[in-house]
Design a protein around this ligand. Structure first.
Ligand SMILES: *Cc1c(COP(=O)(O)O)cnc(C)c1O
Length: 232
């Protein structure tokens, strides 16, 4: 990425997104490009590997770049929770994809050093085998119940997350399907859990974020369209 490209790209996204939060996904970006994003005022950054996140977050922490809000967006193994909890500036985990992981996150809460942590339950709307996530409303209800029973915790259920299809050919149709399903799940959950009134939706990546916006995305996660070398 040329640093001079980022400013105009950010301006374009901000105008399109309105109050939807832009998460800059830096998983393919160098530390230098990640710092450039921060300097351009993009404080919500996402990574999908605990090790990469640890490396970058440590650097930010040493430089006192403490406006950073790190979003973890990748598959998380239960045995990596303790490492993730050491990450300075950890703000949210978008990829809580099983009840087992959810329980582990609460169980180890004392190892989390921040003042609060937002979590999203990942739902597998596209049903692609390589994707993880909850797969039925019943599973989701059980997870929501569990979160709501954890009174006084610093870990709070913040929203639902999904990904569209990763297959290229039918991504438009697949995105409509996935994002409308997630929006529908939110509505259904709201009927039984009034506490979820402000439940957020994390959905949309470079290729399908416009579709996600039309279904009420509160967070979009953008990598290549911001940091890639090509024109998007
Ligand atoms: C990589 C990734 C993104 C960003 O993808 P782009 O297509 O580069 O915008 C968003 N969400 C998740 C979960 C990812 O792994």
């Amino acid at each position: 990425m040329k640093a001079s490209d980022l400013g105009p790209r950010l301006t374009k996204f901000r105008a399109e997104l309105g109050k939807t939060c832009l998460i800059g996904v830096t998983k393919y970006s160098t530390l230098e490009d990640t710092l450039t994003a921060y300097e351009a005022g993009l404080y919500d950054l996402g990574e999908n590997k605990v090790q990469d996140l640890t490396f970058k977050a440590q650097h930010f922490h040493e430089k006192d770049l403490d406006l950073i809000r790190w979003h973890f967006i990748g598959h998380l193994q239960s045995n990596k929770v303790k490492d993730l909890y050491k990450v300075p500036g950890l703000y949210a985990i978008h990829s809580v994809d099983s009840l087992k992981l959810l329980k582990e996150l609460y169980k180890r809460e004392s190892e989390f050093k921040g003042s609060s942590l937002k979590i999203f339950l990942q739902f597998n709307t596209s049903k692609e085998e390589e994707k993880s996530g909850f797969e039925s409303l019943e599973e989701l209800r059980e997870a929501v119940d569990f979160c709501l029973s954890q009174k006084g915790s610093r870990i709070t259920l913040h929203g639902l997350m999904t990904m569209g299809s990763i297959r290229e050919s039918d991504f438009v149709a697949a995105a409509h399907h996935s994002f409308s399903e997630l929006q529908g799940l939110k509505e259904v959950l709201l009927l039984s859990f009034k506490e979820l009134l402000s439940l957020k939706l994390s959905m949309g990546m470079s290729q399908d974020y416009k579709i996600a916006l039309s279904y009420g995305a509160d967070y979009v996660r953008i990598g290549s369209a911001l940091f890639g070398s090509g024109h998007s």
